[in-house]
Design a protein around this ligand. Structure first.
Ligand code: FES
Ligand code: FES
Length: 151
């Protein structure tokens, strides 16, 4: 049994230590906002925060997350108040099919914490998530809008 702290709550998961964290989050804990895309740390659909840093949970063994603070898309808002990245996403109508968007939002939230006013070069270097619907222009506009928002 491995204990995980997800979105401020403690969960005991009964999985092998080398099980990808993504499967513990989705299958054991039932938080299905975090998506599976490639399984090899390439697409970013499975991005979550581990102690505040963006990580690709499909490539991280669950044992590496024990004792750390895990945040998923379900825990990004503060109660009913959306995170500023979520607000910008709504305002800019970013999602199309939506499949990649939870991971994209988590990656962007971590970027803005490290670099509150990212340049386009910062965005290109950091937000390497893949969107098969091609929302990249809306994503960029929403990132700059979120960077201007105070909360
Ligand atoms: S599913 Fe994890 S990076 Fe693609
Ligand atoms: S919105 Fe469809 S894959 Fe990104």
């Amino acid at each position: 049994m491995i204990q995980l702290n997800i979105n401020g709550r403690s969960h005991n998961v009964d999985v092998e230590p080398n099980t990808p964290l993504l499967w513990a989050i989705r299958e054991q804990v039932g938080l299905t906002g975090t998506k599976y895309g490639c399984g090899i740390a390439q697409c970013g659909a499975c991005t979550i925060h581990l102690d505040g840093a963006a990580v690709r949970s499909c490539a991280l063994p669950v044992s590496a997350a024990a004792g750390k603070r895990i945040t998923t898309i379900e825990g990004l808002a503060s109660g009913k108040t959306l995170h500023k990245v979520q607000k910008a996403w709504v305002d800019h109508d970013v999602p199309q099919c939506g499949y990649c968007q939870a991971g994209m939002i988590m990656a962007v939230a971590a970027l803005l914490k490290d670099k509150p006013k990212p340049t386009n070069a910062d965005i290109d270097a950091t937000i390497t998530n893949i969107c098969r619907c091609g929302t990249f222009q809306q994503v960029r506009a929403a990132i700059h809008a979120a960077a201007k928002a105070s909360v």
